[in-house]
Design a protein around this ligand. Structure first.
Ligand code: NAP
Ligand code: MG
Length: 462
């Protein structure tokens, strides 16, 4: 795989400050596929200075021209979509079909949506005797994870560019090649030097330096709640804006009137997709006691079919972590009906698609984000209990409700403490605000709501 041995700063690939490098490993076979430089605090500082210097020019660039650059970026992502998909398959391990259909395609839709929003958004509005200007917040420090390597970058960079912000990105150490490819795409799209900058490196070094840099006006972070909490605390102390997209433990609530087979099958597919490494995955399935045994049998059967169709986890550490959770589920008394802690293959970071029945609310596997292909099925007696269980975690990112009658599902969804709910299998919408209630985060990404995260208002009175 093609790798740059420098940082993309101020419109060019420049030598890194230090000599340390990060090996990029393909988790399907353990092969090292490339190396990128491990950025230091000095690299971050150079990048932030470049972003700060580019801010006056870019923020004063007419929105129509910013839209044109975003549109060009979208076109480059289209032209290079096969290369992107292959890169993500190599770094993350996801099956090529999934990389094409989701990892490469979603960023194209999101970049396109922000080209349109930049062109049409009212950056100026009249309110009584005031004119309110929606101005860019400034320099953005973006820190992204590896599970949707390009989507999570574009979900921050595209709205920031549309708003007139400049950016320094620190991508996940496991998927830096995709980030380098994205930097090439930004360059090809004619985005001016310094507007977008890339510093590869380790979270506690480059990531922390970026989050704490006084020249950064907004930190936008996606990843674990543990790191997000620290970034939020540091931002609070610095009186700096922060956006946090954190974990989830989303409930898939199957009401008694639902089409049970459909709800269970779509629910299993949702959890196994991307090998369970999705923050919005419906990892808790809630089923009425009268349908419970049937649902468990259907889920076990569906999971067994995924055996050869899912990729490995991103690295050996995540594989160990997920297998540890499966062992914990068994130890706490849940009943394995598919999969288990044993690695299904000798080579690669694979985990078997796993389904637990007889899971109760208090179990670790019902409360903590596992981030692997592991589904917990819980039993409820009535709708009030289902609601209590659905809302009974510290998270609130996503969810699903299934019912024979759409209005019944909507009524239940309105009582859920969560940022997104799919009704009877409703599709992902790249324009709908995405983000969490409770400890799933602060702020929203995507669409119009994602754009306004990168804006602040100035009111002029007449
Ligand atoms: P993570 O450590 O939170 O990583 C997310 C990003 O933050 C990466 O770019 C990471 O760099 C960086 N980072 C790490 N420590 C940092 C620090 N002290 N200051 C600033 N940035 C820092 O997540 P992870 O270790 O990759 O995954 C652990 C767990 O997090 C998963 O099992 C899952 O439960 C959760 N997770 C959630 C999401 C989500 O979308 N909500 C995504 C990924 C992971 P490095 O790459 O160098 O670590
Ligand atoms: Mg980490």
């Amino acid at each position: 795989m093609k790798a740059h041995d420098g940082m993309y700063i101020d419109g060019a690939w420049r030598d890194a400050d230090g000599r340390d490098a990060i090996d990029v490993v393909n988790p399907a076979d353990g092969q090292v596929i490339g190396q990128v430089p491990a950025g230091t605090a000095l690299d971050v500082d150079t990048a932030v200075r470049a972003a700060r210097a580019a801010l006056p020019g870019w923020s004063a660039t007419p929105p129509a021209e910013r839209a044109a650059r975003l549109s060009a970026l979208r076109d480059v992502l289209v032209a290079r979509k096969d290369e992107i998909a292959e890169m993500i398959t190599a770094e993350l391990g996801s099956p090529l079909k999934f990389s094409q259909a989701v990892h490469a395609a979603a960023p194209i839709a999101v970049a396109g949506s922000y080209a349109e929003l930049a062109a049409t958004y009212a950056f100026e509005e009249k309110v009584g005797n005031s004119v309110v200007h929606h101005e860019p917040i400034g320099v953005v420090g973006a820190i992204t994870p590896w599970n949707y390597p390009l989507h999570q970058i574009v979900a921050k960079v595209a709205p920031a560019l549309a708003a007139g912000c400049t950016i320094v990105l620190k991508p996940a150490e496991d998927t830096p090649l995709t980030a380098q490819l994205f930097a090439e795409a930004v360059h090809e799209a004619g985005v001016p030097a310094g507007v977008f900058n890339l510093v590869t490196g380790l979270g506690p070094v480059a990531g922390q330096a970026l989050a704490e840099h006084p020249g950064v006006d907004l930190v936008s972070f996606t990843g674990s709640t543990a790191v997000g909490r620290r970034i939020g605390a540091a931002a609070g102390a610095a009186v700096k804006r922060v956006a946090l997209e954190l974990g989830g433990k989303s409930a898939n609530v199957i009401l008694p009137s639902a089409d049970l087979a459909k709800a269970v099958n779509v629910g299993v597919a949702n959890v196994m997709s991307n090998s369970g490494q999705t923050c919005s995955a419906w990892t808790r399935m809630l089923v009425h006691r009268d349908q419970y045994d049937e649902a468990v049998a259907l889920a076990a059967e569906a999971a067994a079919k995924y055996g050869d169709r899912i990729g490995p986890l991103v690295n050996a550490k995540q594989q160990e972590r997920v297998r540890g959770y499966i062992e914990k589920g068994v130890a706490e008394g849940a009943r394995l009906v598919a999969g288990g802690p044993e690695a299904p293959r000798e080579e690669g970071c694979y985990v078997s698609p796993t389904v637990f029945a007889d899971v109760t609310e208090d179990m670790t596997i019902a409360q903590e984000e596992i981030f692997g292909p592991v589904l917990s099925i819980l039993r409820y007696d009535d709708e009030e209990e289902a609601l209590r269980i659905a809302n009974g975690t510290v998270y609130g990112l996503a969810g699903a409700v299934w019912a024979g009658d759409e209005a019944e599902a909507v009524a239940f969804a309105r009582r859920m403490d969560t940022g997104q709910v799919d009704i009877n299998g409703g599709r992902f919408n790249p324009l709908a605000p995405f983000g969490g209630y409770k400890q799933s985060g602060v702020g929203r990404e995507l669409g119009l709501h994602g754009l306004t995260e990168y804006l602040q208002t100035k009111s002029l009175q007449f």
